[in-house]
Design a protein around this ligand. Sequence first.
Ligand code: SF4
Length: 590
Amino acid sequence: PVRREARPVNLLNVDGLTVRYGCEAVVDDVSFVIRRGESVGLVGESGSGKTQTALAIPGLLPEDARCSGSIRFEGAELLGASPRVLGATRARHIGMVFQDPMQALNPYLRIGRQLSEVVVRHRLANRGEARRRVVEMLQKVGLPDAGRQYDAYPHQLSGGMRQRVLLASALIAEPDLLIADEPTTALDVTVQAQILELLETVRDDTALLLITHDLGVVAGHCERMLVLEQGRLVDAGATTSLFASPNHEHTRALVAAAPRLDRAVELEPAGGRSVLAVDGLSVSFDAERRARLRAVVDIDLTLGAGESLAVVGESGSGKSSLVRGILGLVPVASGRVVYAGATLDGDVQRRALAVRRDLQLVFQDPVGALDPQMRVRDAVAEPLLVHEPALSSGERVARVGTALRKVGLGEEHLPRFPHELSGGQAQRVAIARALILSPSILICDEAVAALDGSARARVLDVLRAAQRETGLSIIFISHDLAVVRSLCHRVLVMYMGRFVELADNRALFARPRHPYTRALIDAVPVPDPRAGRRPAPIGGEVSSLLNPPAGCVFHPRCAHAADVCRQERPLPRELDGGRVACHRSEELAL
Ligand code: SF4
């Protein structure tokens, strides 16, 4: 304790930090401090300079980056320090956790070996002792069966487990500062809640710099926050004060745009005549050793004209397989899809052109979905060449212009290639391409998941406008319940390919009838510091689809499981105007 008092009060002083690539400053004159043990959120939209700032601190910027200003850690200047000093500081005093643990972990080394190397290299223990210390740390970060997982390779672990391992590797040297760059963005909301809770419990007096675009995460986990806009620090202060009265316009906009799950939204009425019915649809895939992986099991749904139906659930819940089965993109094991009164062929190639035109799909990654060699005008016009070949080139150009205007893009975007667009612009191009044929159903598979606040809001506005103007029906796959609440009339919840619950928006969020739905809702961070920190609503992760639990597949994680749940599969039944598959829904006060 005496030694600690002698240290500077501020652990980190960043002063006038500027990072340039050529003439462009991606971080521009940024100054802030981090005190010992405190947690600071660094927020801003994509391209605001968050990651560049974080990488500059431990000296991890690429070689072509030019830095100026000052970064003092415990009073010692890091900017311009030798690689040896930077390496030692990183290893012993600054831990890092990234969004994608697969990139940070060595895929060829067992995880125990990777962590032991850290322990031995920093003389925290000798080789004999290292294993015990590593297993202890893996247990501390909640890795199940840590002794056995010591010998696992990274690819043998789930995303959530890999993130725990990365956290263990960052904390095992007991650093003074942990820099976590979007550590939970790639995880399901339930696992995110577990990892964030873990961060709080295992970091002891380690200071935390948490980089995120999610204001809910900052509200629940950071004492102070820093707001970046286009490389400049535009706001800084206590999280509670900045949420209550932001100093800067950009902070105000970020807080206002943060999706709120705790507020009901008025949706325009929809759901007239039925346009699509799915009846007992099951999708299976061949897996290793002749096993069958049942990705979707016996799902029923209907979709009305002008209605948005959300399909939600964690990774592995079968959301994407369900819509691919509907579209005929994967073989259907059983069940049928009825569109416009006729049962559709299970193979998209054998479906009539008019049906294919009527059911369009938008993916999560627009840049991956668009041909990199094709300019925007050609990409948007391409479906017309297939489905309306009689159009003159003048008519095609006019249709492309109208389609782009509807998604808020102008003529200047026509000659651009996908890599010349932002993520939000590329996604709007993908939507323009899907809507140019005036489909009756648009299926969005995590279509806004990769977009930040303002880009996401624009894409959602485009979808709402298309519904208003053309009566478009939407199936909206998402892991983001706040977005679902703001857009969708009804919500279908799935778990391990099985039906969990179906209810209209208001009823589902006000009173979910299934414990899994309740857990999904409770896991969403509320962008309001006054809401306080909430414990993770469920532990563990989704079981293997190759070996699903008997009875209710959710029972290993369910706090309400009874004997009947372990033996009998709950079947969907009507309850309070919705449908739910749980043995105990009537008696549980969720
Ligand atoms: Fe939980 Fe049982 Fe309901 Fe499954 S059936 S969700 S285990 S209470």
